[in-house]
Design a protein around this ligand. Structure first.
Ligand code: AMP
Ligand code: ZN
Length: 137
């Protein structure tokens, strides 16, 4: 398997592991955005989050929640961003699903995830858009 994160899970490439269970592996990002920037990934290879089933996604996020709580408590954080770059266009550079836990601290810029894209399109058709999405489940 020619996947960087599969190799990390298999121990073929070293990592700074912080947590592991049957389903996930978590380690510190080697190019951290902030001290304690942690990556949580499913041990099984999926390219994108949206390739996972509901159950697999639920298992992943149960473990993300556990890791985020411990990172937050241990590093005495008041906030963190928890998110996924899902797809190359959204900034995903390693094609194996992973969730970023990024510690936030006062004075770090304090921007939220809405600042990633700031197009602010018209909301004229927002009701139709919501209906279209509701009808797609
Ligand atoms: P993404 O852009 O969401 O695909 O994130 C990939 C992340 O993996 C980046 O934040 C990188 O810094 C991180 N990364 C890449 N290679 C390694 C590695 N060998 N060990 C730890 N983190 C890595
Ligand atoms: Zn992989």
């Amino acid at each position: 398997m020619d996947c960087l994160f599969c190799k990390i899970v298999a121990g073929e490439i070293p990592s700074h592991k912080v947590y592991e269970d049957d389903f996930v592996y978590a380690f510190l990002d080697i190019y951290p955005c902030a001290e304690g920037h942690t990556i949580v990934l499913p041990k099984k290879h999926f390219e994108k989050f949206t390739d996972m089933s509901d159950d697999e996604a639920a298992s992943l996020f149960a473990s993300v929640n556990k890791v985020a709580k411990t990172v937050g408590k241990t590093l005495e954080l008041e906030g963190m961003n928890i998110g996924i770059n899902n797809g190359e266009l959204a900034g995903q550079t390693v094609p194996h699903v992973h969730v970023h836990i990024i510690p936030r601290r006062a004075g770090d810029g304090e921007g939220n995830m809405h600042t990633i894209v700031e197009l602010h399109p018209s909301t004229e058709n927002i009701a139709e858009l919501a209906e279209k999405l509701r009808n797609s489940f």
